[in-house]
Design a binder for this molecule. Sequence first.
Ligand SMILES: [Zn+2]
Length: 126
Amino acid sequence: MAARLLFRTAVRTATTLRVSPVKALTRGMAAGGIPTDEEQATGMEKIVMHALKEGSDPYSMLKPKEYAGSKEDPHLVPSITNKRVVGCVCEEDNTAVVWFWLHEGQAQRCPSCGSHYQLVAHELPH
Ligand SMILES: [Zn+2]
């Protein structure tokens, strides 16, 4: 904000004080403008930006899709092994988390609320 105000003031001063018309000042970086995030990104950040642009989420950075938790629409839990610990906050305002092991195969139920969870295979990106 302050930089923008100073920039405008400098342009106004430069244009009003000189007798001959002054070419408007260009934005930084030798008139190429300020590079965007995509132009500046390197390494892992660049890989993630390209993946998100293609619609994939290789590092599970986005909010997971919501499931009903019923037998027909169980919560899908990705895992790189054949089991995983799952924490279920059975009701929205609960302060305690019910932890249990989820194994490969059929959908399992939370021992407290009965929501269904199913393990799905997940491969880590290389
Ligand atoms: Zn539960």
